[in-house]
Design a protein around this ligand. Sequence first.
Ligand SMILES: [Zn+2]
Length: 423
Amino acid sequence: MIESLFARIDSKREELVSFTQELVRIPTINPPGEDYLLCAELLGNRLAKSGFSMLYERANNTPGDTERYPRHNVIARIEGKHSGPCVHFNGHLDVVVTGSGWTVDPFEGLVRDGKIYGRGTCDMKGGLASAVIAMEAILEESIDFPGAIEISGTVDEETGGYGGVAFLAEKGFFSKPRVDHVIIPEPLNVDRVCLGHRGAWWAEVETFGRIAHGSMPFLGDSAIRHMSAFLELIESRLFPALDKRQTRMPVVPEGARRSTLNLQAVHGGETESFEGLPSPCVPDSCRLIMDRRFLIEEDITEVKAEVTNLLDELADSRPNFRYQIRDIMEFLPTMTNADAPVVQAVSSAIQSILGKTPEHVISPGTYDQKHIARIGHLHDCIAYGPGILDLAHQPDEYIVIDDMVTAAKVMAASTLELLGVNL
Ligand SMILES: [Zn+2]
């Protein structure tokens, strides 16, 4: 039976390529969240032909949801012959901006040298297409399975997932008894299983000063100088401390196997978009956006305290130092146990199909697994997909077609294993 299933997947290679191209040709750029409904319907209409029933869920009033940019998600489900567990594949439909440096049309879906090029091929429309082809192959082979199979296409992963997986998780779409096992085909490479991700805390720090004439700065108080005092402490104290903090999480690439901080933006004084010539003023406000990634060994309260302690130190020691700190968003680290059923099933499928023991890894950045763990309380969840991690968000992003076919086989075999179908 398994040979016949794999032969079926091989025979669907051209379909896999063309469906990926169709998905890529809908430029679901987020922000702002273009063409979500079109893309959700493309996925839904295709799965309807295989007998899936569809639910479309618009995430009203979530960040970014407007009449011009509505947040539409689709959940497809097909029931087996008798009751049993449910295996769910979740893919995000949104892609990031193209940026510069492309040598091909980012939304054409060009096929060259065994690869499909375009924004979202790797992250993660190619992985989603692999899951679709894998499930279609199971249905076309008329394999009797218990339980249910679900495939969802969700929005806004690139901006936190509030209108996508978080919204659906709040409504029970990612909890038992509806769902038991979740595979997210994010691009973590065809031969690896991703158990989870580090945590993230985004915050904005603002320092204050007093405006005065720029020719007599001593009469004012520069918010930018106060911010640079804070940045000096970050350089001399925080960065070295973070560097030393190693984790037992198997994060890839290895450089991310410790705590990190990205100073994402600094704005002070004249706005960047001013017209004409700058005006001679002492800046009375300076804002810094911080993106702090933390480890499973770290507590979020301590992560925050480490930053506010430095600010309080300056407030005590530096004349007129005043600040405000505002949380922007925070996500806790998550790591599925290596002996969880979904990890075991996907690992053994990789072992038998690729002939190698898969590496278990952790993603440096977060993805929608955080919502499934925290809101859905479902901990049998991983990311597994065919894309090459380093290509995500890059110019000339591509996906290797052979990898998509292999991943589809791994997905099909692990689904049957998780549903308890004897192969
Ligand atoms: Zn992604």
